[in-house]
Design a protein around this ligand. Structure first.
Ligand code: ADP
Ligand code: PAZ
Ligand code: K
Length: 248
């Protein structure tokens, strides 16, 4: 399918925690914002004002990329909608049930920064998606995202409280439960990500590496605090998926 874009249109990326919205006008991403899920029936002609920013028309064409099937079904009710499928993404070797957010983000990264590239998406899940210089998907990995790791400890283990993750790197060797949780999760995520990056760079030394997703900025700050020299190749771009959608 080809995605013809009008002068004004909306992109909706449906993740496992949030709806991510982009408003395009004259070929530019004019504004972007996140909302919670909208769980009332969708009118077939008018988008709900609750999810739109003020002054954005509520009858615009909508292009949806979703990894949440129930939400996809809801937004399909809107008549002016197109849903992106894996087969729409011009990257070789993608597998059919791969997350459309991963495929679009890595395509958006390649279009914006050039291939090869490795995208690290720190959303509900944390994902790695690597594509080589021929726009061929090489492989990736999936693990629980930052918030999910904190939530799973407190949800499954009675003695462990829920803690918010800190803005700055915590102390690694902690003398109380809260700090020990922060240390455990953050230091293993940071060093795990570093291992993936180092391994990717052995095969693709000139690759771009881009962090995206809800926790990308906080993660980037942890990296810079740990070892700014080693992470100088790292970029943060919250809009990779929108660059991907714009370019299909
Ligand atoms: N109100 C919130 N609810 C849940 N997560 C939030 C919220 N605000 C920020 N976050 C952060 O956003 C991350 C999820 O990233 P996001 O990109 O929104 O995920 P997804 O694309 O999977 O919906 C969580 O790990 C969490 O730390
Ligand atoms: C891995 C994901 C759950 C990540 O979703 P997110 O954290 O962005 O909400 C999503 O990309 C997905 O459902 N993928 C399908 C499996 C795969 O990519 O192999
Ligand atoms: K995501």
């Amino acid at each position: 399918m080809t995605f013809t874009k009008s002068i004004e249109w909306l992109a909706l990326v449906i993740g496992n925690s949030h709806l991510h919205w982009g408003y395009f006008k004259n070929g530019f991403l004019h504004s972007c914002w996140d909302t919670h899920y909208y769980n009332k029936p969708i009118n077939n002609l008018i988008l709900p004002s609750e999810v739109l920013l003020a002054n954005i028309p509520n009858t615009l064409p909508l292009i949806v990329a979703s990894v949440v099937p129930e939400q996809t079904a809801m937004w399909r009710e809107y008549s002016n909608v197109n849903i992106i499928e894996i087969s729409d993404i011009p990257i070789n070797n993608l597998y059919f049930n791969m997350g459309i957010d991963r495929a679009l983000a890595v395509f958006g990264a390649g279009i914006t920064y050039s291939f090869p590239c490795l995208v690290i998406d720190a959303g509900t899940a944390l994902t790695f998606t690597g594509v080589d210089q021929h726009s061929t998907f090489i492989g990736g990995a999936i693990l629980p995202g930052l918030k999910l790791q904190f939530d799973s400890l407190s949800n499954k283990i009675q003695t462990l409280p829920n803690v918010d993750f800190p803005k700055r790197l915590p102390c690694q060797w902690s003398g109380n439960t809260m700090e020990a949780i922060k240390s455990g999760i953050i230091y293993t995520i940071v060093s795990g990500i570093k291992t993936f990056i180092d391994n990717w760079l052995i095969s693709y030394p000139r690759s771009h590496i881009i962090l995206t997703g809800g926790d990308s900025i906080i993660l980037y700050n942890y990296f810079i605090e740990t070892d700014s020299n080693n992470f100088r190749k790292l970029k943060v771009d919250r809009n990779l998926i929108f660059w991907g959608i714009k370019s299909i």
